[in-house]
Design a protein around this ligand. Structure first.
Ligand code: ADP
Ligand code: MG
Length: 244
C-alpha cells in the first residue's frame, strides 16, 4: 500500500474555548490535488496552517510524508519542512530582493552554499517567469509578480507538499490568471497540493478532489464533476449557490 503524503486523524483545535477544528480526518495521496472550499470562518486557514506547523493543535495527529508534526527533534522538524505555504498576502520579506527572499531559508535551514541557493532560486524564478525581476524589491512588483515570487520562495525549500491559502484573493482581477497558470504548471509537474480557493474553474480543472468545510469539519468531499453537479448536502448547495 502506498503511504499517504498527508494523514490527519481526529484533528481538534480550539482558540480559547471556541472549537475551530472539530475532529477532522483527511488523507491526501502523493501527487493528489485537493481544493478546499467553505464559508468564511469554517477553519480552512487554520487547517492548512496546522499542516504547515504554524498553528499548534490540541488533539489528533498530523503526519506529513510519514513524519509526525508533533514529534520532537528531527521528525517534527522534517514534517514541518515537508510542506511549503503560499499566503493570500504574499508575505515576502519587504527589505529583501526577490532573489534574497528565495535564497535565505535554503541557506540557513538547508545549509546550501550561496551559489547553490542562487542557482536553485534562479531556476525557480525562471519557472514562474519572474527571473528578470530577481534583483527588485517586492514593493517594485505587481501583486501577481509578488505572488509568483512567493511561490518560487516556497519551492526553493524543495517541499513535498504545497499549501495555498486563497493565493489569488488579494490580487487585481487581471493578475489572477498568471498566478493560476503557475499553479496549474506545478500541478502538472506532479506536486501534492492543497489549495483553498474560490476559483471554481481551477477547482474543476485541477482538483482530484474537492472538500467542503463547515464549522471545523469536512462536511462533504468528492471529485469535482460529482461535487459541483450533484452536491449532497444542503449547506454545500447553499454555498455553491452564493458563488454563482
Ligand atoms: P477560514 O479560513 O475558513 O475563513 P479560519 O481558519 O481563519 O477560517 O478561522 C476559523 C475560526 O477560528 C474563525 O471563527 C476565526 O474567527 C477563528 N480564529 C482564526 N484565527 C484565530 C486566532 N488567531 N485567534 C482566535 N480565533 C481565531
Ligand atoms: Mg481563511
Amino acid at each position: 500500500m502506498s503511504q499517504a503524503m498527508i494523514e490527519i486523524e481526529n484533528l481538534q483545535k480550539w482558540y480559547g474555548d471556541q472549537p475551530v477544528l472539530r475532529g477532522l480526518n483527511l488523507s491526501v495521496a502523493a501527487g493528489e490535488k485537493v481544493v478546499v472550499l467553505g464559508p468564511s470562518g469554517s477553519g480552512k486557514s487554520t487547517l492548512i496552517r496546522a499542516i504547515n506547523g504554524l498553528e499548534p493543535h490540541q488533539a489528533g495527529t498530523i503526519r506529513v510524508d510519514g513524519q509526525d508534526l508533533s514529534a520532537s527533534g528531527r521528525e517534527g522538524a522534517g514534517a514541518r519542512r515537508a510542506s511549503g505555504m503560499v499566503f493570500q498576502a504574499f508575505n515576502l520579506f519587504p527589505h529583501l530582493t526577490v532573489l534574497e527572499n528565495c535564497v535565505l531559508a535554503p541557506m540557513r535551514v538547508l545549509g546550501l552554499s550561496r551559489a547553490e541557493a542562487r542557482d536553485r532560486a534562479m531556476t525557480l524564478l525562471e519557472r514562474v517567469r519572474i527571473a528578470g525581476h530577481a534583483d527588485k524589491y517586492p514593493v517594485q512588483l505587481s501583486g501577481g509578480q509578488q505572488q509568483r515570487a512567493a511561490i518560487a520562495r516556497a519551492l526553493a525549500m524543495a517541499p513535498k507538499v504545497m499549501l495555498f491559502d486563497e493565493p489569488t484573493s488579494a490580487l487585481d482581477p487581471e493578475m489572477v490568471g498568471e498566478v493560476l497558470e503557475v499553479m496549474r504548471g506545478l500541478a502538472a509537474s506532479g506536486m501534492t497540493m492543497i489549495v483553498v480557493t474560490h476559483e471554481m474553474g481551477f477547482a474543476r480543472d485541477v482538483a482530484d478532489r474537492v472538500i467542503f468545510m463547515d464549522e471545523g469539519k469536512i462536511l462533504e468531499a468528492g471529485p469535482p464533476a460529482r461535487f459541483f453537479e450533484d452536491p449532497r448536502e444542503a449547506r454545500t448547495r447553499a454555498f455553491l449557490g452564493q458563488l454563482r
